[in-house]
Design a protein around this ligand. Structure first.
Ligand code: F6P
Length: 325
């Protein structure tokens, strides 16, 4: 391993990526390495868009959302030619070890790259709001995204109660319902629709009916973007016909959930995992993601981390049903 370590953010940005960068850079310096930042994920690697990073280049960023290196998804890295150019960049800059901060697409790309260029080492940090990676209880950004969504739902609850309405609130998660489920429990929602379970409108109507009978003034349903109903707007259309008692409104929170200052939980997680990533690279680790499980920091091979996630917690699903009584 050369003395240079590259670091980049890839895929959709997530709050806490900057805290992770700061930790990687400062730990690398502490251990005597020279950290290099790669802009815009894999595209920056292909185009040779790199910069040396010092301790002060990462000053004042622990509290900032987004990423100072920018992120992005690269279609070129999906091609052998793109990966060849990325390898050439690493050779030119004499970098043989990388920290990749991103989600499943990022790690799939890294795994493919390493099968072709095994003289490179890559360790990953789970940077995604979706929490959909196997091998970690939490991904960097998830806690912040949930807190943003909960705050938004609290606000919507005020107007819903004042106007006697039903709100369907769509949160992010194309393939995973973690943000939706956690938001639903934390905001006291009446129901939640997630991609992991079939959408049962009859059951939802029963819950709404039950609430109506006991004179609930408002109802909130959290809808994951990837739920089979097709999102909050479509789900609202279905319910309008079947439950005309409430006036219904649909709200899509969208990318608001990805912005703003990371929570303390995300900053601490990012700081911890960032430091361990560099230490593990130093010890020779590669082709694996650093995660945290039951308070322990663990390594999970990329191939396993992206294959699946541990599934939504059935207890939380049950809680939404019971506590909406
Ligand atoms: O993977 C993170 C995520 O925010 C998902 O929750 C969401 O489905 C997707 O990215 C949105 O992607 P984009 O930023 O490209 O619209």
């Amino acid at each position: 391993m050369s003395r240079r370590i590259g670091v980049f953010c890839s895929g959709g940005d997530s709050p806490g990526m900057n805290a992770a960068l700061r930790s990687v850079v400062r730990t690398a310096l502490y251990l005597g390495y020279e950290p290099y930042g790669i802009y815009k994920g894999y595209d920056g690697l292909i185009d040779g868009h790199l910069t040396p990073l010092s301790a002060s280049s990462v000053s004042g960023i622990i509290q900032r959302g987004g990423t100072i290196l920018q992120a992005g998804r690269s279609s070129r890295f999906l091609t052998p030619e793109g990966r060849k150019q990325a390898y050439a960049t690493l050779q030119r800059w004499d970098i043989s070890a990388l920290v990749a901060i991103g989600g499943d697409g990022t790690f799939k790309g890294a795994h493919q790259f390493l099968s072709e260029y095994p003289d490179i080492q890559i360790v990953g940090l789970p940077g995604t709001i979706d929490n959909d990676l196997y091998g970690t209880d939490l991904t960097i950004g998830f806690d912040t995204a949930v807190n943003i969504a909960v705050e938004a739902v609290d606000r919507l609850r005020d107007t819903a109660a004042a106007m006697g309405r039903l709100f369907l609130v769509e949160v992010m998660g194309r393939d995973a319902g973690f943000i939706a489920l956690h938001t639903a429990v934390a905001s006291g929602a009446e129901a939640v629709l997630i991609p992991e379970t079939p959408t049962d409108f009859d059951a939802i109507i029963r819950v709404l009916e039950r609430g109506w009978q006991r004179q609930k003034t408002s109802s909130i349903i959290i809808v994951a973007e990837g739920d089979e109903a097709g999102g909050a707007i479509k789900a609202a259309e279905m319910l309008r016909d079947r439950f005309p008692r409430y006036e219904i409104r649909a709200v899509v929170l969208g990318h608001i959930q990805r912005g703003g200052a990371p929570t303390a939980t995300d900053r601490i997680l990012a700081s911890k995992l960032g430091a361990v990533a560099v230490e593990r690279l130093h010890e020779g680790a590669t082709d694996a993601m650093i995660g945290t499980q039951g308070g322990e920091v663990i390594l999970t091979p990329f191939a396993q981390a992206v294959k699946t996630h541990s599934g939504v917690n059935p207890l939380l699903l049950h809680l939404v049903e019971v506590l909406s009584l």
